[in-house]
Design a protein around this ligand. Structure first.
Ligand SMILES: [Zn+2]
Length: 401
């Protein structure tokens, strides 16, 4: 069978590595009839975790063999707390009988003076002596809830959905916290809690607080042996360092070139040493097995630190027209993007839409980004779709499925 040069090889299977269709629930029924084969659907905040599991009950994949999926198996659920919402959570110290994990105790929200104190502590710039205006702003934000309760609920969700991942989590140093919800916006088609159409406060969430929320979710992913989708904006060094703290005592042995040459390529001890460092011996690891840097926006140079062969985590980077190309579907590919894609090894690249509505537009975005990446990598479209599909399955399942 000959295919036209420009036909897009949807039949090979195109996978969206990161998207938010639960932001517009009315778009969900279109997923099984999309051209894309499977969507990786993120959870970000209080309002969308249950929506993600609801969609998973209907459309979640039931096994890791993509060739056996029915058409209605077309999404992978992900549960996580996004850095844009980190300030709404308070961290308790695991003192007393109510440490994290029981999930039994009633959720205590912070109000009045406690709430002011919390926001004073977690918002930057920190006001040593908050003005009346500051206090008004603090009190207008959501009542903070305990992060431990969210973590136990997420652990339950991960247990319930064995193919679920952790995401979207991460760090964002540029995000300004919006003012309280405007009820008119909440009554329209958008799932509440997003930031559409809201004015901004002068505050950001302090990096130390974001980092702890991020770190505890990475540890949960490690405990449950799940892959993670990570958001990093103006925090590329801090993202790397936070993950590195988890793996630092578990680096892979890396033989120097000289050493390899001395021992010879066929020396079984070389192979076995490398193999044993990678194989899962059942011991729980303190770091997640696989991590995708979603809509990666760091520089090619900053990305190179992820290529160190001593790193035991399998890293991936995914790219979207929405974030990496400023929504410019079909326009010329900027040189900076070309340089970035050339820096990412072929087996680490993923594609995503990062859109909050499923359907035709999502397909259009995916086709656009796949075409650009294939062109840069010198792959024909079929080969490219094949490779990108294998990469996605390796990211989600740890095998090529
Ligand atoms: Zn996202």
């Amino acid at each position: 069978m000959s295919t036209h040069k420009d036909d897009f090889p949807w039949h090979i299977g195109v996978y969206d590595a990161h998207c938010h269709p639960t932001d517009i629930m009315s778009s969900i029924p279109s997923i099984p009839s999309m051209k894309a084969r499977c969507l990786t659907v993120m959870g970000t905040r209080a309002q969308d975790q249950d929506l993600v599991s609801q969609v998973a009950d209907q459309y979640g994949i039931k096994n890791d063999n993509h060739e056996a999926w029915k058409r209605e198996e077309c999404m992978v659920p992900c549960f996580g707390w996004h850095p844009w919402f980190a300030h709404m959570m308070y961290l308790e110290h695991p003192s007393g009988p109510e440490g994290e994990g029981t999930g039994e105790r009633p959720e205590k929200v912070l109000q009045d003076e406690d709430k002011i104190k919390h926001y004073q502590n977690v918002l930057a710039p920190r006001r040593e002596d908050p003005s009346e205006e500051d206090k008004k702003t603090y009190l207008s934000l959501p009542d903070p809830t305990p992060f431990s309760v969210f973590l136990s609920q997420t652990r339950k969700n991960l247990a319930k959905y064995p193919y679920a991942l952790v995401g979207e989590i991460g760090l964002d140093r540029s995000f300004r916290i919006p003012e309280a919800f405007q009820t008119e916006r909440e009554e329209n088609e958008f799932t509440p809690g997003g930031r559409e159409g809201r004015r901004l406060t002068p505050f950001r969430c302090a990096p130390a607080h974001q980092k702890e929320i991020f770190r505890q979710q990475l540890m949960l992913a490690a405990e449950m042996n799940r892959a993670v989708s990570v958001h990093g904006v103006q925090a590329h060094g801090l993202v790397f360092d936070t993950i590195k703290e988890l793996w630092k005592d578990h680096q892979r042995p890396v033989l120097s070139k000289r050493e390899k040459k001395k021992r010879g390529k066929d020396d079984p001890s070389v192979e076995s040493q490398l193999a044993s460092s990678q194989k899962n011996d059942g011991e729980p690891k303190p770091y997640p097995p696989r991590i995708c840097l979603h809509s990666y926006s760091g520089s090619p140079d900053a990305f190179k630190q992820y290529l160190n062969p001593a790193i035991p985590v399998a890293f991936f980077a995914s790219f979207s027209t929405a974030i990496n190309l400023g929504d410019a579907v079909g326009e010329e590919t900027p040189q900076s993007f070309v340089d970035m894609i050339r820096t990412v090894p072929d087996d680490m690249v993923l594609v995503e839409s990062d859109l909050h509505t499923a359907g035709n537009e999502m397909d259009r975005r995916l086709e656009d980004i796949v075409r650009r990446i294939c062109k840069i990598k010198g792959w024909d479209l079929e080969e490219g779709a094949e490779r990108l599909g294998r990469n996605w399955r390796r990211f989600v399942f740890g095998t090529e499925g």
